[in-house]
Design a protein around this ligand. Structure first.
Ligand code: ARG
Length: 456
C-alpha cells in the first residue's frame, strides 16, 4: 500500500491506522476547488510544454470524469489516501492511467493546499457578502417603515432619549455594512494565486502563473513562495471579520431577547421563530436569538484557534496548517445561517408600536430637550442642565413625569420658561434631531436610502 500513497517511495512500512486517521485532512468537501485548480495547472503545463499536450488533454478530460464521480456521490473516502489532493490524483489514475502521474509536475501539496484554502475563503467571502447584503436590505426596509415610530433609546439600559425604531434597526444595518466591507477586503487580499510556489522555494519549471491566475479568477500572483505556502493570515482575517459580524448579531440577539420579555413588551415573536418549554406551557422563547448569541462564543474561539495555530510556526509549511480549513468552515457554519435566519426573522417580529411609543416619553427621557429649550433662550447648557436636574428631582418626589409638573414649578425654576414648554413631546424631540446621523424621521429615511445605496 505504501506505493499507493503519493509520497510512498521512501517508505517500506505501512502507516499505522491511528496515524492515518490522525493525520487525515478535513478537506473531503473541497473537491470542486481542488479539481478546478488541477485543471488550470494541467492546461498551463501543457501549454508551456512542461508535459506533453496530449497528456495534459487526457488529464483535463480525466478530471472531468472525477468531478462527475464526486458530484454523483460515487467517491468513497480512503483514510490511507490522506487528503483531497491525493484522492483526486488517485481517482484520476484510475480513469486515465499513467498520464495522471504528470499532474503533480511543478506542484507541491503545499502550494496546492494554499490555493484550495484561498479559493474556499474567497467563495465564503462572497457568500457572506450576499447573505449580509440581503439582511442589510431587510433592515433598510424596516428602517423606512419605522422611520417615525418612537421608542425609548437607552444608554446603560436606562431610558435616555427617544429614538425611532427605524433609527435603532438601521444602527445594525450600518454595523453589518462595515462587516460586509471587511469580508470584501479579506477577499481582495485572499485573491492572490499561491500556485507556482512549490513546496516553499518556487519552481524550476517555466510556469505561466498569470495564465493559471486568470483561469481561476485570481487578481495577481504571489511574490514570495515562502509567504504563499506558509502564511494563513487570510484565514485569520476571515475569522476576525466573522467574529465581529457575529458580535454584532449577538448584540441584536440580546435586544430581541430583552424586547420579547413581558418587562419590555416591545416585540412578540412569530411562532415560526420561537420555541416553547417542555414544562411551562406559557413559555415562548427567543431561542434563535439566544443561539446566535451563544454561537458568538464558537466564532471567537475559532479566531483564537487559528491565531494560536499560526503563532509559533517557523517558515515555511508545517502540518499544523492543515487545521486552517476547520476554522474557516466552522466559522462560516455559524455566520452564514445566522445572517440568513435573521433576514427572515427580524422582518417577522411583531413590534408593539403603541407600547414603544408610550414608553418612549417615560422616565424623564425629554429632560435633555427641556434643557435645550433653555439653551435656545440664551442659558449656558451647564446651567440649563442643573435647572432641569432640579425639575427631575421634583418630579421624582411627586412620583410624576416632567410634563405632569404644574407650570408654576417650571416658572419658579427659571424665568425663561413659558407655557410653550408643554409643546416638548416625544415627536418634537425626534423631529428636532434633524441633522445627518440624527433620529429625526426625515434623517432616518435619508439614512435608509443612503445605506441601500452603499449596498451597491
Ligand atoms: N493536507 C495537507 C494540508 O491541508 C496538504 C499539505 C501536506 N503537505 C505536506 N508536506 N504534508 O495542509
Amino acid at each position: 500500500m505504501a506505493e499507493q500513497r503519493t509520497w510512498g517511495g521512501r517508505f517500506e512500512g505501512e502507516m499505522d491506522l491511528l496515524t492515518q486517521l490522525y493525520t487525515a485532512g478535513a478537506d473531503h468537501d473541497l473537491w470542486e476547488h481542488d479539481i478546478a485548480g488541477s485543471v488550470a495547472h494541467a492546461r498551463m503545463l501543457g501549454q508551456q510544454s512542461i508535459i506533453p499536450q496530449a497528456d495534459a488533454a487526457a488529464i483535463i478530460a480525466g478530471l472531468a470524469l472525477v468531478l462527475d464521480d464526486f458530484r454523483a456521490g460515487r467517491v468513497i473516502w480512503k483514510p490511507e489516501l490522506e487528503d483531497i489532493h491525493t484522492h483526486v490524483e488517485a481517482l484520476l489514475r484510475e480513469k486515465i492511467g499513467a498520464p495522471a502521474g504528470r499532474l503533480h509536475t511543478a506542484r507541491s501539496r503545499n502550494d496546492q493546499v494554499a490555493l484550495l484554502n484561498r479559493m474556499l475563503v474567497r467563495e465564503l467571502c462572497d457568500r457572506v457578502n450576499d447573505a449580509a447584503g440581503a439582511f442589510i436590505s431587510v433592515l433598510c426596509d424596516l428602517g423606512e417603515r419605522h422611520a417615525a415610530d418612537p421608542m425609548p433609546g437607552y444608554t446603560h439600559v436606562q431610558r435616555a432619549q427617544p429614538v425611532t425604531l427605524g433609527h435603532h434597526l438601521l444602527a445594525y444595518g450600518e454595523m453589518l455594512l462595515r462587516d460586509r466591507e471587511r469580508f470584501q477586503d479579506c477577499r481582495r487580499r485572499t485573491n492572490v494565486l499561491p500556485l507556482g510556489s512549490g513546496a516553499l522555494a518556487g519552481s524550476p519549471y517555466p510556469l505561466d502563473r498569470e495564465m493559471v491566475a486568470a483561469e481561476l479568477g485570481f487578481d495577481s500572483v504571489s511574490r514570495n513562495s515562502m509567504d504563499a505556502t506558509a502564511d494563513r493570515d487570510f484565514v485569520a482575517e476571515f475569522c476576525a471579520a466573522a467574529a465581529i459580524t457575529q458580535a454584532h448579531l449577538s448584540r441584536l440577539s440580546e435586544e430581541i431577547v430583552l424586547w420579547s420579555t413581558a418587562e419590555f413588551g416591545f416585540v412578540r415573536l412569530p411562532d415560526a421563530f420561537a420555541t416553547g418549554s417542555s414544562i411551562m406551557p406559557q413559555k415562548k422563547n427567543a431561542d434563535v436569538a439566544e443561539l446566535a448569541r451563544g454561537r458568538a462564543g464558537r466564532v471567537f474561539g475559532e479566531l483564537m484557534g487559528i491565531l494560536t495555530t499560526m503563532k509559533g510556526l517557523p517558515m515555511a509549511y508545517n502540518r499544523d496548517l492543515q487545521e486552517d480549513k476547520t476554522y474557516v468552515i466552522a466559522v462560516a457554519n455559524v455566520v452564514l445561517p445566522t445572517l440568513r435566519i435573521f433576514a427572515a426573522m427580524v422582518p417577522a417580529l411583531e413590534f408593539d408600536l403603541a407600547r414603544m411609543r408610550e414608553t418612549a416619553g417615560l422616565g424623564y427621557s425629554l429632560a435633555t430637550d427641556i434643557a435645550d429649550y433653555l439653551v435656545k433662550r440664551g442659558l449656558p447648557f451647564r446651567e440649563a442642565h442643573g435647572i432641569v436636574g432640579g425639575l427631575v428631582r421634583e418630579a421624582e418626589q411627586r412620583h410624576c413625569e416632567l410634563n405632569e409638573l404644574p407650570f408654576a414649578v417650571y416658572a419658579s425654576a427659571s424665568p425663561l420658561f413659558s407655557r410653550d414648554v408643554a409643546e416638548i413631546t416625544v415627536d418634537s424631540a425626534l423631529a428636532a434631531r434633524d441633522i445627518p446621523g440624527g433620529t429625526a424621521p426625515r434623517q432616518v429615511r435619508l439614512a435608509a436610502a443612503a445605506l441601500r445605496g452603499a449596498l451597491g
